[in-house]
Design a protein around this ligand. Structure first.
Ligand SMILES: [Zn+2]
Length: 182
């Protein structure tokens, strides 16, 4: 009985607070052509927008994930989609490089950060509540699972590189979130 309770507690600790994460194979993403393992837990979380088309259904978000991955692999000649994870206004998370691979989303921060990108262009409006909650829950999930330090530092992409990312309106929202530091 004690063993069963311990097992249940462990399962809860693993799954608590995590949003739905579609693995790359679940959304039909291409396999990476190379990979660098990342030491965890990481110190930084960097928030992005894709500066592309927003999506509010799983099928539309999958189409966007494939489009972003093709752009990063075909045009940029990267090993994989650049972000660690992507988030849609359907409230789902789409796995990119995941928790344990170095990404290609924020120079100088890639080897010590999780990069989360919301599908859409948020210069003049915010991602919907479902997408914002999915980002927050994904961060909490990463902390719970030991991939992100509990004393992590949250940044917008523009805080580490000259870029408009993650859009003026969304950036002003992200600035109000816990653990943000410009
Ligand atoms: Zn960005």
């Amino acid at each position: 009985m004690m063993r069963l309770l311990a097992l249940l507690a462990a399962l809860c600790a693993v799954t608590h607070g995590c949003p739905t994460i579609l693995t790359k194979s679940q959304w039909g993403g291409r396999a990476a052509t190379c990979r660098t393992a990342m030491a965890t837990p990481v110190t930084y979380v960097v928030v992005h927008h894709t500066e592309g088309t927003a999506c509010s259904t799983q099928s539309a978000c999958i189409a966007q994930a494939k489009s972003v991955q093709n752009y990063h692999m075909n045009s940029n000649a990267w090993c994989d989609i650049g972000y660690s994870f992507l988030v849609g206004e359907d409230g789902n998370v789409y796995e990119g490089r995941g928790w344990t691979s170095v990404g290609a989303h924020a120079p100088n921060y890639n080897s010590n950060s999780i990069g989360i990108s919301v599908f859409g262009s948020f210069m003049n409006y915010n991602p919907n509540t479902a997408a914002q909650n999915a980002v927050k829950n994904l961060i909490a999930c990463g902390v719970t699972r030991g991939y992100i330090k509990s004393a992590y530092i949250l940044k917008g992409h523009r805080n580490v590189t000259a870029t408009d990312c993650p859009g003026n309106t969304f950036y002003n929202t992200v600035r109000t979130w816990p653990r943000f530091q410009a």
